[in-house]
Design a protein around this ligand. Structure first.
Ligand code: ATP
Ligand code: MG
Length: 176
């Protein structure tokens, strides 16, 4: 099973994100993330045997999810040969960094192999993007928006009839 752990968003937040996608679309072309797939990845597990899901759940259960508000205030791109990845990024958030670090620690304790590259929290808007005009920041995101974090979700990533599909496997709620 191809698995990752992510923060999911409520519908108003997804609408805020799709508004940015619609603006980006006016500057060129790309493969835009479907609205139901919008998320922020905290940990990418990759291929995991089904019998190990219980260990992932234990790691999530040991991770305290403090109430926090994310502020999305920037857009950017990761350069790629086949066309760039465009994303929305956030203002520095210590609680989010702590959450990602604590989760990573608990996954390592359960013997999962994780990437050591630094955490760059972002929401992917589109892949394989080729723009005809470069947008200014204010063209895409005239003002920041906020999103509350409700918990973390273990997601299964698979292609179903060619369509990228994420299916929640387990949710750990935030502490109240
Ligand atoms: P696709 O790869 O089919 O274009 P995707 O990247 O959304 O789609 P996955 O590759 O299953 O789907 O990735 C799931 C999530 O994990 C995405 O948020 C992706 O950015 C992230 N991710 C994938 N690979 C890594 C990696 N090696 N390190 C960190 N995050 C990753
Ligand atoms: Mg991928």
């Amino acid at each position: 099973m191809r698995l990752f752990i992510a923060i999911e968003f409520d519908e108003p937040t997804k609408t805020n994100i799709t508004d940015v996608q619609r603006k980006l679309e006016t500057f060129g072309r790309g493969r835009f993330t479907h609205q139901e797939n919008l998320h922020l990845t905290l940990a990418f597990l990759g291929e995991v045997p089904p019998a190990r899901v219980a260990a992932v759940r234990r790691a999530m259960d040991r991770t305290a999810v403090e109430p926090m508000t994310l502020v999305f205030d920037r857009t950017g791109r990761f350069r790629r040969d086949g066309g760039d990845i465009w994303w929305i990024g956030l203002a520095k958030n210590q609680k989010l960094s702590d959450l990602q670090q604590e989760l990573t620690k608990h996954l390592l304790e359960e013997d999962f192999a994780l990437e050591k590259r630094p955490f760059t929290p972002h929401i992917t808007l589109a892949r394989q993007v080729r723009l005809t005009t470069q947008p200014a920041q204010r063209d895409l995101l005239p003002e920041p928006f906020e999103a509350k974090v409700d918990g973390i979700t273990l997601m299964l990533s698979e292609r179903i009839n060619g369509r990228l599909t994420y299916t929640p496997q387990y949710r750990k709620k935030r502490a109240d």
